[in-house]
Design a protein around this ligand. Structure first.
Ligand SMILES: *Cc1c(COP(=O)(O)O)cnc(C)c1O
Length: 413
């Protein structure tokens, strides 16, 4: 048989109403397609990277010199942060859902000895890593961290800031305090909180490493840059031990962003190829975040999340999350067990909501970059139709009245 070349791939416009990626802002896409072709040592590309670095420090509220971004998605940034964890390092990791669960796997992979890898290559059980599993839907509290660090006295502790699997906000202040108390370096998965929450890295001195992503709060899907930030203590530790990576070693990677030997320099030096398109898009998403202001954006997420939460609650759903960009819910009792069917129906018509990725099965509806009356109403309406399609009852007039009363005068888009 001869090979037929496929037709051009066409991807439809969908409503990205899940935990992420969010709807990429039109300004970001415009910057992406309008960049000229230029190599990774061209002057404006390098200047753009330096400006991104400075904007990231501003957005994240930090003086950490080692604040830059890693080509790729959230896991790329997390892998870069975890690259400082060496075989045999003592780690305590707190998990309360899908993503922190994968983070804990990554930590076991990094900290496992050669023998531990050989015994279980895809899921090594590292004796030096203690994983504290908190049930889905419950938060990691400062007390839990304090107790565990007092007992184990680890070099590293890990937690997700916002666990996107269950839609749970964890206690980052308590985590930082416990790390400070016990001389532990805290590591945070901030993949879903950056660009959504109003917080400053430098307010949490117990935390030595932060890793995030481009496509959630920063609205920058065109596969671009995953932000990271490290304290000097983290970099000192890394200098002492080294890391089993060239590309994801924070010290090497930072050089292209103009950070050499702990100092800002005028121009980056080669680490890997960077895309001018990606730099331009990322740059625009950071400008957008600064222009809007994190305080305003964070407030807006809370306001719109509350409307969505109340609307689905009025449909008989039980919301179990507390994340401002995401609602995680159980369907009304008469539809229990049909979550997957409902999500698949919605996705088939371009309404991109999600199920949970680990037990229990729940429905997740996100509002990334959907912060206006029209978008929230559209999400609510589509979700109500999906419930009715399965035989549930939805009083659309009451829902409409709820939206009107909430948006009528109080919230300007
Ligand atoms: C989305 C997410 C990840 C994974 O990020 P990718 O961009 O898919 O690589 C990791 N952690 C958390 C908390 C997330 O929300």
């Amino acid at each position: 048989m001869t090979f037929q070349i496929y037709p051009t791939l066409e991807i439809p416009e969908t409503l990205a109403a899940g935990p992420g990626p969010g709807n990429t802002d039109a300004r970001v896409l415009h910057a992406f397609v309008n960049a000229g072709v230029a190599d990774h040592m061209q002057g404006d590309v390098l200047r753009g990277m330096i400006e991104c670095k400075l904007m990231l420090r501003k957005i994240w509220g930090t003086d950490n010199t080692y604040t830059f971004a890693v080509a790729g998605t959230g896991w790329s940034a997390l892998d870069t942060m975890f690259s400082a964890v060496m075989p045999g390092d003592k780690v305590v990791a707190f998990t309360n859902g899908t993503f922190s669960g994968i983070d804990a796997l990554t930590l076991r992979i990094k900290a496992a000895t050669a023998e531990e890898h050989a015994a279980n290559p895809l899921d090594p059980i590292a004796a030096s890593v203690t994983v504290i599993e908190i049930p889905h839907g419950q938060p990691v509290t400062g007390e839990m961290v304090e107790v565990a660090l007092a007992e184990h006295k680890p070099k590293w502790a890990f937690m997700a800031h916002w666990e996107t699997g269950s839609g749970r906000v964890n206690d980052v202040q308590g985590f930082s305090d416990a790390c400070e108390n016990h001389g532990t370096m805290g590591l945070i998965d901030a993949v879903s909180s950056l660009g959504v929450a109003d917080f400053r890295i430098d307010d949490f001195p117990g935390i030595a490493g932060w890793a995030s992503c481009p496509q959630k709060g920063l609205c920058c899907l065109p596969l671009t840059y995953a932000p990271v930030s490290f304290t000097d203590a983290f970099i000192e530790a890394l200098k002492t031990t080294g890391a089993y990576s060239y590309v994801h070693n924070p010290i090497f990677e930072a050089r292209h962003w103009g950070i050499v030997d702990g100092q800002d320099v005028e121009k980056g030096t080669y680490h890997r190829t960077h895309s001018g398109y990606a730099v331009a898009a990322f740059h625009e998403s950071l400008r957008l975040t600064l222009q809007e202001g994190l305080a305003k954006r964070a407030h807006s997420y809370k306001t719109h999340e509350a409307v969505l939460r109340d609307a689905v609650t009025a449909m008989g759903c039980d919301v179990t999350s507390d994340m401002p960009s995401l609602v995680v819910l159980n369907l009304p009792t008469e539809l229990a067990g049909r979550e997957m069917e409902l999500v698949q129906n919605c996705r088939a018509r371009g309404f991109g909501i999600w199920p949970t990725l680990s037990a229990p099965v729940q429905v997740r509806i996100g509002i990334l970059n959907q912060l206006n009356h029209q978008s929230i109403s559209r999400i609510v309406k589509l979700f109500g139709e999906a419930i009715r399609e399965l035989g549930g009852t939805v009083d659309f007039e009451a829902i409409e009245a709820l939206l009107e009363s909430r948006y009528g005068t109080s919230i300007a888009a």
